[in-house]
Ligand binder design. Structure first.
Ligand code: ADP
Length: 408
């Protein structure tokens, strides 16, 4: 079975085509600058890479058509015809409280996604456009939605309710949702497999440290808490997002700087985090690290702040679960930054977590792409690096759902 995985943003469509008999990626890429003139297609297969500037990519449907044309191209294509695409799996950011697992996109799901637009105004409209476009371009091909929020729907009320007036939850469903659920699910389950213990027995803390970053407490295979909240702004220090701050700060800015709501939103989402702390000098952790190793005091402080926030959450989640068996690092920074892992873990010896520095720095060096344990044999809490693979989860869920419907 071939599954096309789509991740639609407001002006881009990322795609991967997976052959699910072997779970091999047959082709992947992105169409960027949709509707802005001069769209660009980047495309990669085992045979090589190419870039093109296809004309007339005015909307998501045209972008998906460009992708299909490329996948079936006589020279660089990997399919004889689009009929070889058996199903489409969509990454969808917000599934609200109702979409608690991956499922076929039918009228009900579609309606819920529309209702979730106010909760994810930047993401859900693009995801909806992507679903509409794929349905139009690939009529009759099953479409499955995989929701970033779904894995966290097992959080108890104690963890997801904010201490604000109850009517805000009744009226707006204002609560903690959490994001990156597909990644937290994948790496926590994979950790249990590598540990060779049933997920039901384990208390795992998963650190997804990419451009956006979040951490989750996974008990018995289920998310019981996570750092992103009503929006993906809460929690850890990120590339350009502040994470946790005193909620009075936005009001302070409005009163003292005359900021509009939009300006506050921009400041906290796009001008804060590493970018804000560095005075707009850096946003990419690789640059901060480089300066850190040169002894730059500003970058030293940024790294400490970044790691300290993660460490505080690890302590909090160990408390939330009454213990922890494993800490997992994943995504760009988590997979590739030994120094971040050291700064996070070194002061966690009180928990019984002791890194094996040789494994952490040499075996799991940047770009290793490996998965495995980075803690010492005698460490009572183990630490792991596990590369995330959200596209694979989406393709697997899509295959399982389509297969079950045929069998059922
Ligand atoms: P997203 O999917 O959220 O855009 P990724 O998971 O790809 O992000 O992670 C991007 C981040 O990973 C960037 O901040 C980048 O600097 C960081 N990163 C990638 N490689 C390294 C590395 N070798 N050392 C430190 N950080 C790295």
């Amino acid at each position: 079975m071939n599954v096309l995985v789509l991740n639609c943003g407001s002006s881009s469509v990322k795609f991967q085509l997976l052959g699910m008999d072997t779970e091999k990626v047959l082709a992947k890429g992105i169409v960027e600058r949709i509707g802005a003139g001069q769209a660009r297609l980047k495309y990669q297969t085992a045979g090589g890479k190419l870039e093109k500037e296809p004309p007339d990519v005015n909307d998501h449907a045209e972008a998906i058509q460009v992708i299909l044309d490329q996948l079936t191209d006589a020279e660089a294509g990997v399919l004889g015809s689009v009929r070889e695409i058996d199903a489409v799996g969509h990454r969808v950011v917000h599934g609200g409280e109702q979409l608690t697992e991956s499922m076929f996109i039918d009228d009900r799901v579609y309606k819920v996604l529309e209702e979730c637009v106010p909760l994810a105004p930047l993401h859900n409209p693009a995801n909806i456009k992507g679903i509409e476009a794929a349905t139009k371009v690939l009529p009759g091909v099953p479409q499955v939605g995989v929701f970033d929020t779904a894995f966290h729907q097992t959080m108890p009320r104690t963890a997801f309710l904010y201490a604000v007036p109850a009517w805000l939850y009744e009226k707006y469903r204002l609560r903690r949702y959490g994001f990156h659920g597909t990644s937290h699910r994948f790496v926590s389950h994979r950790c249990a497999e590598l540990f060779d213990r049933p997920a039901e027995e384990l208390k795992i803390i998963t650190c997804h440290l990419g451009n956006g970053a979040s951490i989750a407490a996974v008990k018995g295979g289920k998310s019981v808490d996570t750092s992103m909240g009503f929006t993906p702004l809460e929690g850890l220090v990120m590339g350009s997002r502040c994470g946790d701050i005193d909620p009075a700060i936005p009001v302070f800015l409005m009163k003292n700087e005359g900021f509009s709501p939009g300006r506050v939103d921009n400041l906290l989402n796009r001008r804060s985090g590493i970018k804000g702390l560095s005075g707009d000098k850096y946003i990419d952790m690789r640059d901060v690290e480089e300066q850190y190793f040169k002894g730059d005091p500003l970058c030293r402080e940024i790294m400490e702040i970044y790691a300290y926030r993660i460490r505080k959450y690890i302590g909090a989640y160990a408390a939330a679960m009454n213990g922890v068996d494993a800490v997992v690092f994943t995504a760009g920074v988590g997979e590739n930054s030994p120094i971040v892992r050291t700064l996070v873990c070194e002061p966690l010896s009180y928990l019984g977590l002791m890194l094996d520095e040789r494994l952490n720095t040499d075996t799991f060096k940047p770009g290793s792409g490996r998965e495995g344990r980075i803690s010492r044999e005698d460490s009572t809490v183990s630490a792991w690096v596990i590369p995330t693979n959200e596209e694979l989860v989406i393709a697997r869920d899509t295959k399982d759902i389509v297969t079950a419907s045929v069998v059922g």
